[in-house]
Ligand binder design. Structure first.
Ligand code: NAD
Length: 375
């Protein structure tokens, strides 16, 4: 079997960090628009991207495949980026903000939603500021650092009468919809064991990168990657975990990982009797999910990256279309907001809050060495 190099792994993996440019150009996306029977010609949801880094660049490219959303504005602290994006995406000058004048977006009727793609430690402040400016919000994962912070963000959006979504792109991805169905409908009987892990090597990352700084990241791979593993375990089972044990891994590069963990492993117990075991790491590449039920199994590998995913079950290979995950997510959220419909809980701030409760319990268990009950 052909060995995958770190470079190609990271490029395909594309979760937004490391020195390699993480654009989805290597991935052959079928245009999402092709999967929608009729082209939508109504009003689009006007979105301003806040924070123009690697993932915002991927999102910006995805608007081409979005039927319901339009890249209408940007918020950036770098004037050169503002100039570049203005030309590249035909963004009107009046829809360009910096972090100081951002709050004046309240007066701009041409922006419906602010999509926050800043370092994790800035998610809470910018969500609340966007809500106060009367804008709907999509905030990237992890939603914040604590469940209390998530609750404050939800409350701020409720008070302002705007909707809050978390950028959970996999909720619209067909392989993930299938594993959710197979697990929740117990197609192979009661679920017993799930193994889902996500990691990639940060070899070569500058020590100054915000992912290594606790104040901006909130933690290491658990915050950035493990959140996907917790998510997948929860939506395959359709249950909330009741207890967790966890262990930090040995630091192989202690000079780099002075503030955040380098790797972590945890075990979640679910009320229906299933156990989910996961690791997330910044010192090796891993991206897989395996789920064992009473009478069969299903798996994805790759499982959580931008894909393309490969999956199979006891009944055979999966054969789902490759989609533009970001466009699918934008359209899933955009369509509902345009129709003035409430976002379902699994994509709203409530989902981010549920994940954060689990992440907090995992850290507590790893720090204490004790089993932690999740209430
Ligand atoms: P990035 O470092 O490439 O971009 C961060 C942006 O924030 C940059 O434009 C930077 O200039 C700006 N910024 C403003 N203030 C900053 C500060 N004090 N320190 C550092 N940067 C500052 O990061 P990214 O990979 O684009 O990640 C941004 C967010 O998107 C994170 O929350 C991350 O978890 C999330 N993300 C999500 C996915 C996904 O698949 N859903 C993938 C990658 C990243």
């Amino acid at each position: 079997m052909k060995q995958i190099s770190r470079r190609s792994f990271v490029q395909n993996f594309g979760l937004g960090i490391g020195a390699t440019a993480l654009l989805p150009s290597l991935v052959s996306f079928a245009p999402f628009a092709e999967q929608i029977p009729e082209k939508y010609n109504g009003k689009k949801l006007n979105i301003a991207l806040c924070g123009l880094g690697r993932y915002a660049t991927i999102l910006a490219e995805s608007f081409v495949d979005s039927n319901y959303c339009h890249l209408a504005g940007i918020i950036t602290g770098t004037p050169a980026k503002a100039e570049k994006w203005k030309k590249q995406y035909a963004i009107p000058e009046k829809n360009i903000y910096n972090y100081d004048n951002f709050d004046s977006i309240i007066k701009n009727k041409d922006i419906d939603l602010v999509y926050i793609v800043l370092p994790n430690g800035m998610h809470k402040e910018y969500t609340i500021r966007a809500a106060k400016a009367g804008k709907h919000v999509i905030v990237e994962k992890p939603m914040a650092f604590t469940a209390n912070d998530c609750q404050e963000m939800i409350d701020a959006c409720d008070t302002a009468g705007v909707q809050l979504a978390v950028g959970y792109r996999l909720h619209y991805e067909p392989n993930h919809l299938e594993i959710k169905r197979l697990g929740q409908e117990k197609v192979f009987g009661a679920m017993r064991l799930i193994e889902v892990s996500l990691g990639y090597s940060l070899d070569g990352i500058p020590p100054t990168d915000w992912h290594l700084k606790k104040v901006l990241s909130g933690g290491g791979p658990l915050m950035n990657l493990g959140v996907y593993c917790v998510q997948a375990s929860r939506y395959v089972l359709g249950e909330e975990p009741i207890a967790v044990t966890a262990q930090f891994g040995t630091k192989t590069n202690p000079e780099l990982f002075t503030e955040v963990e380098e790797s972590i492993t945890w075990q979640l117990q679910f009320p229906g009797g299933a156990t989910a075991t996961s690791s997330s790491a910044y010192n090796c590449n891993i991206d897989r999910l395996y789920a064992a039920a009473e009478n069969g199994f299903f798996e994805l590998s790759p499982a959580v990256s931008y894909g393309p995913f490969r999956g199979r079950s006891s009944n055979g290979e999966f054969n789902f279309p490759i989609i533009n995950q970001q466009a699918a997510q934008l359209d899933g959220i955009g369509k509902l907001i345009l129709e003035n419909k409430k976002l379902p809980n699994h994509i709203s701030g409530e989902e981010g809050l549920k994940d954060m409760k689990v992440l907090e319990a995992i850290y507590k268990a790893a720090n204490s060495g004790e089993k932690v009950m999740i209430t």
